[in-house]
Design a protein around this ligand. Structure first.
Ligand SMILES: C[S@@+](CC[C@H](N)C(=O)[O-])C[C@H]1O[C@@H](n2cnc3c(N)ncnc32)[C@H](O)[C@@H]1O
Length: 264
């Protein structure tokens, strides 16, 4: 499991190049007070100002969403990511906009214990869970980071979408097994990271895993959290089915959200 996470670190250090290229645009975006949160996330979380002193973003990438939480009203933000390149970008972004942000470059499972009990909000998702290979370990980290009464919000790709071929024009089976799909691959989708200018076979291997909704729900529960909101949505957060006919969009769930609370 740790070896797969380290492969993913190497792959994300390569993939983060596309975020580095967009850093100046990200600085302008955050400086203008805007937010990259998805409308579903905003609807679920509301105005952060009245209740969120500290927001911890797990798998924060280059910090754009993390600093959007600041723009949404969190007084202080913390970002955790396994990729050195992403965290270096996040530091540059936060310094450029003088944001009250702290960054940790580590496996989410190793999130420092000094952060225990500090978060009003643990925020994660939009392409996060598929990279993790220990969901109980992940949920236990969330529990220890939260203040009593604090919440975690997860908004991520719906596992059912993995059952369909993402390159097809119609809804055809991908062959993935909903209950036990894991894969390794090289290269990145063209509508996301795209071509890194090197042959795909030279790129680091990355390991992805389909987590059924029940696995996410039960991991949060086993950790001691109470799930208060659970939604499934046809909206995506990236162009994951670029060729799918418009009339077929909306027929399958593309995303889900869970909001869970650490009991007081
Ligand atoms: C698709 S991004 C999600 C972040 C954000 N929604 C975005 O699009 O920028 C996935 C992130 O997870 C990070 N990551 C993958 N495995 C991780 C792990 N085990 N611990 C911490 N971060 C991890 C990657 O480095 C990457 O920044």
């Amino acid at each position: 499991m740790r070896a797969r996470h380290q492969d993913n670190r190497r792959a994300w250090n390569e993939g983060a190049a596309s975020y580095t290229a967009g850093l100046e645009e990200a600085i302008a975006f955050i400086r203008s007070g805007r937010s990259s949160l998805h409308p579903i996330e905003r609807a679920n979380l509301g105005d952060l100002r009245p209740w969120c002193d500290v927001a911890i973003h797990l798998q924060c990438a280059s910090g754009r969403d993390t600093l959007s939480l600041w723009n949404e009203g969190a007084a202080r933000v913390v970002g955790v990511d396994i990729s050195d390149v992403h965290i270096a970008n996040a530091r540059r972004l936060a310094e450029a906009v003088a944001a009250p942000a702290t960054w940790y470059c580590c496996d989410v499972l190793d999130t420092p214990h000094e952060l225990n009990g500090t978060a009003d909000l643990v925020y994660t998702g939009r392409g996060a869970l598929c990279w993790l290979h220990d969901l109980d370990g992940w949920a236990a980290v969330i529990y220890r980071l939260l203040k009593p009464g604090g919440i975690v919000h997860v908004f991520d790709g719906h596992p059912a979408a993995w059952l369909f071929d993402a390159e097809a024009e119609t809804l055809v089976a991908s062959g993935a097994d909903y209950f036990s799909h894991a894969e390794w691959n090289q290269g990145w989708p063209t509508t996301y990271i795209g071509d890194l200018g090197r042959p795909v076979v030279e790129l680091a291997r990355k390991h992805e895993r389909l987590w059924p909704l029940a696995a996410v729900f039960m991991a949060l529960r086993r950790a001691g959290l109470t799930v208060e909101l659970f939604g499934e949505y046809p909206e995506d957060f990236w162009d994951s089915f670029p060729r799918l006919r418009p009339e077929l969009r909306g027929r399958i769930p593309m995303t889900f959200a869970m909001l869970a609370r650490r009991p007081t």
